[in-house]
Design a protein around this ligand. Sequence first.
Ligand SMILES: CC(C)(COP(=O)(O)OP(=O)(O)OC[C@H]1O[C@@H](n2cnc3c(N)ncnc32)[C@H](O)[C@@H]1OP(=O)(O)O)[C@@H](O)C(=O)NCCC(=O)NCCS
Length: 334
Amino acid sequence: MSAPRLNQTTGPKYTRILAMGAARGSIDVPNDDLVGPINSSDEWIRQRTGIITRKRAPHDVLAVDLATDAAREAVEASGVDPALIDLVLIATISNVQQTPSMSAVVADRIGANPAAAYDLNAACAGYTYAIAQADALIRAGVAHYAVVVGAEKLSDVVDGTDRSISFLLADGAGAAVIGPSDEPGISPTVWGSDGAKADSVGMDHTLVEFRDGEAAWPTLRQDGPVVFRWAVWEMAKVAKQAIEAAGITADDLSAFIPHQANMRIVDELAKQLKLSKGVTIARDIETTGNTSAASIPLAAHRLLTEHPELSGTLALQIGFGAGLVFGAQVVVLP
Ligand SMILES: CC(C)(COP(=O)(O)OP(=O)(O)OC[C@H]1O[C@@H](n2cnc3c(N)ncnc32)[C@H](O)[C@@H]1OP(=O)(O)O)[C@@H](O)C(=O)NCCC(=O)NCCS
């Protein structure tokens, strides 16, 4: 006897980003405020990273609060009734509570309760991972409208005496509303990982070591030159694969929005992709700093604010970081 036939869903053929939102830490922290304990200088940080100042949030503002503000703006701008949002994904590495997830709290705060909600940890590639999931889940008919957020309060996991990464890090959240579309709006995602390089960037201690008094509060560390070389060489290949998977050429792009890790990485990737002069390159790192999962949506939001003419055109976005992990896709800007 055969089993009764099951329902299995399929959804719309295409999806797109409908609108975006952003929230940056409210405090400007210039290089000079950080250089003392790391024996560095404003000049060194500017030359090596392109950062002049970074955004950090006050003590009483948590990553979940930044995520809420960014998500609210995106939902309002999209015009989608929050009650129709049935998926909330937050990419983050800096939730100071292991559980509950930030996404369940944010779903409730923005009026999307009882949306499916979960956080995902893919570090600086987290936003591109979450976009890939929202796109796939909507096209599978599992969700209808999704809010995707990258949210970090990295100042909670910074050691001000660390020379390897502390001066890069910042606080903020960027959000996108994803929904059905008549035309393709999100290309196939090229994504992956290299756990053999797990030690090259991440937390310096476990929470268990901290609990047992064997280590200080865990903070971020990296082997800068290793990550730098990987980002420049391997990520250029991934970016080229994403352009090819999208069925376009680099000449079809109007914007390039790489993870804001270091301005030298941004410039090197743009050079290797041979982007034409007409392509607008996101350089939000200069005044925002590196906000990990939030950096791509923050940079995209800023590009759209400063260059509204980019709306409806193609942007390549690529994230890469701790894991190591990476993700890239081409999107139609909202
Ligand atoms: C961190 C980073 C800015 C360091 O820049 P770098 O050019 O690689 O610097 P190096 O580590 O090779 O060090 C070069 C010199 O600067 C010194 N230096 C290192 N950190 C310094 C600091 N914070 N301030 C001042 N000097 C510093 C080193 O001692 C070294 O001095 P020496 O030449 O006298 O030996 C860079 O490696 C980087 O951005 N890496 C990738 C970042 C990234 O994408 N991270 C992923 C997580 S998102």
